[in-house]
Each structure stands twice: as structure tokens, then as C-alpha cells.
Ligand binder design. Structure first.
Ligand SMILES: NC(=O)c1ccc[n+]([C@@H]2O[C@H](COP(=O)([O-])OP(=O)(O)OC[C@H]3O[C@@H](n4cnc5c(N)ncnc54)[C@H](OP(=O)(O)O)[C@@H]3O)[C@@H](O)[C@H]2O)c1
Length: 253
């Protein structure tokens, strides 16, 4: 029980990597709060994961929703030990095709949303808390066509872990990044701005560039989340863990 009686808030805890993280946190004794837009999947997660979990509906782009998330969390559980700013989207387009609307949508959810999730949680974070941001394994290291704004938001999130860790050092709040490689979650079949055909071709090309030649599982990401959330990682600060089958580090051979 690595998180016994710890309070954990997970944005995007109603799907994919976030949901797998909810499950492993609960198994390890945490009291969990999830946040997302989709009422149906929030309710489903509460039913499946079990009693005592609080689900708050809202959008990370809306600062009033974030205020409400942390107010309701504090009313139920008081202080927060672990914050996982996991909510995010993946949408892609060429430089020529990018609209201002799409640019804003990706930045507002992946970067602005993550930043204000941490800011709004701050009054409720216990000293020594663990904050986990979610990046993407090779986004800040490798240029891939169509990914300009998505990659920029994930590079920005990677940067935030360093700067926020520095700023929150007096309170010993650790901010780290979990950067998944391509992982089998619903994000792969959502509207990512490309036709299904192009999307599948790109996914296949990425799998072929993964030395382990497969997608990651949400459970593999959740195990790394548990490590970053728990006392096992107390010497980790402003850094990144990237479970990616070797994607960002090793030649596929
Ligand atoms: N799967 C991968 O291959 C991969 C690779 C690298 C990085 N990542 C990152 O991992 C994180 C989790 O992704 P996933 O693969 O688990 O995808 P997912 O299954 O699509 O989950 C995304 C979660 O984010 C929530 N979300 C999205 N926009 C939101 C908003 N505006 N406000 C509140 N919640 C919002 C969604 O909830 P609602 O639908 O209810 O809003 C959902 O719970 C993301 O940050 C993603 O960029 C994933």
C-alpha cells in the first residue's frame, strides 16, 4: 500500500492512462478524485472503481471549473498529497492547414490547462506533495510532421516540471513528468484531425520505430505514475520518466 490514505486528484481520470492510474492508486490505498468533461465515463469510473471516489465534471480550460474541483476536493478530503495533471488531447495538422481555433484548443487543454490545474491546486497541496504532469515521450526531442503544436505543448509541460519544482522547492513539492510512448488508449481512436486511414498509417509507422515493436499499455504507464506519486521517488525533482519501449532513446535497429 504505497499511497495509504493519501489524497490524489487525477484530471482525465475517466479514461485511458488516467483511469488505469485511478485503479492502481485505489489498490494502493489512496482516496481518489477524478475530473473530466464526460459525465457518462465519470459515472462509469465511479461505479467500476468503487465507493468513496469523488468525480467532478468540468473542463481544464475553464478556471472556474478548476476552482470548483479543488473546493469540492477540500470539502471531502481536506489536503491533497498527489496531483496528476493528465487531461490532454492529441490533434494534428500540417503547418499550412493549422487554424487558430485548433491551435488554441490544443494549447488551452494541454498547456494552459496543465498550468492552471497546478496553480488552482496550490492552496490545497500538502507540503511535500507530488505533482505529476503528463508529457509525451519523444515530442520534445524529435521532429515529426503534423505534430507541431501538440509537440510544443508537451515540450512546454516538460519545461514546467523544472520551473515549478524550482519555485515550489521551499514547500518541498516535487513536480515531475510522466512521458508515455504510444499507448493503447481511447485517444488513438478519437478525432485527432486526420482521416482514420492516415491515422492508422502513422500509428503503424510509430510502432515500427519503437524498439520493442508494440504499443504501451495504460497499466504500464500507471505503474510509473505510482512510482512518481509515492515515497519511492522522493529524490526525483523536475525530471521525466518516459515508459516508451525505447522510442525516444534507442535506434529501432
Ligand atoms: N495514449 C498515448 O499514446 C499518449 C502518448 C503520449 C502522451 N499521452 C498523454 O497522456 C494523457 C492521457 O491520454 P490518454 O492516452 O489516456 O487519452 P484518453 O483516453 O483520450 O484520455 C484523455 C483524458 O483527458 C480528459 N480530457 C481531455 N480534454 C479535457 C478537458 N478539456 N477538460 C477535462 N478533461 C479533459 C478526457 O476526459 P473527457 O473526455 O471527459 O474530457 C480523458 O479522461 C494525455 O495528456 C495525452 O496527451 C498519451
Amino acid at each position: 500500500m504505497k499511497l495509504k490514505d493519501k489524497v490524489a486528484v487525477i484530471t482525465g481520470g475517466n479514461s485511458g492512462i488516467g483511469l488505469a492510474t485511478v485503479e492502481i492508486f485505489k489498490e494502493n490505498g489512496a482516496k481518489v478524485v477524478i475530473f473530466g468533461r464526460n459525465r457518462e465515463s465519470l459515472d462509469k469510473a465511479v461505479r467500476e472503481v468503487g465507493n468513496g471516489m469523488l468525480a467532478v465534471q468540468g473542463d481544464v480550460r475553464n478556471l472556474k471549473d478548476l476552482d470548483r474541483l479543488f473546493k469540492q476536493t477540500a470539502e471531502r478530503f481536506e489536503m491533497i498529497d498527489v496531483l496528476v495533471a493528465n487531461a490532454g488531447i492529441a490533434k494534428f495538422a500540417t503547418l499550412a492547414e493549422f487554424t487558430e481555433e485548433l491551435f488554441d484548443e490544443i494549447c488551452d487543454i494541454n498547456f494552459k490547462g496543465a498550468f492552471f490545474t497546478v496553480q488552482k491546486a496550490l492552496p490545497y497541496l500538502r507540503d511535500g506533495a507530488s505533482v505529476i504532469l503528463v508529457g509525451a515521450a519523444d515530442a520534445d526531442k524529435l521532429g515529426r510532421p503534423l505534430t507541431s503544436i501538440y509537440s510544443a505543448t508537451k515540450a512546454a509541460v516538460r519545461s514546467l516540471a523544472r520551473t515549478l519544482s524550482a519555485e515550489l522547492l521551499p514547500r518541498k513539492i516535487r513536480v515531475n513528468v510522466l512521458s508515455p510512448g504510444l499507448t493503447q488508449t481511447p485517444i488513438l481512436t478519437r478525432d485527432i484531425g486526420l482521416s482514420a486511414d492516415v491515422r492508422d498509417k502513422i500509428a503503424q509507422a510509430i510502432i515500427e520505430s519503437v524498439p520493442l515493436r508494440r504499443l504501451g499499455t495504460p497499466e504500464e504507464m500507471a505503474k510509473a505514475m505510482l512510482f512518481l506519486a509515492s515515497e519511492d521517488s522522493t529524490f526525483f525533482l523536475g525530471t521525466e520518466i518516459a515508459p516508451d519501449g525505447g522510442l525516444a532513446q534507442i535506434s529501432p535497429g
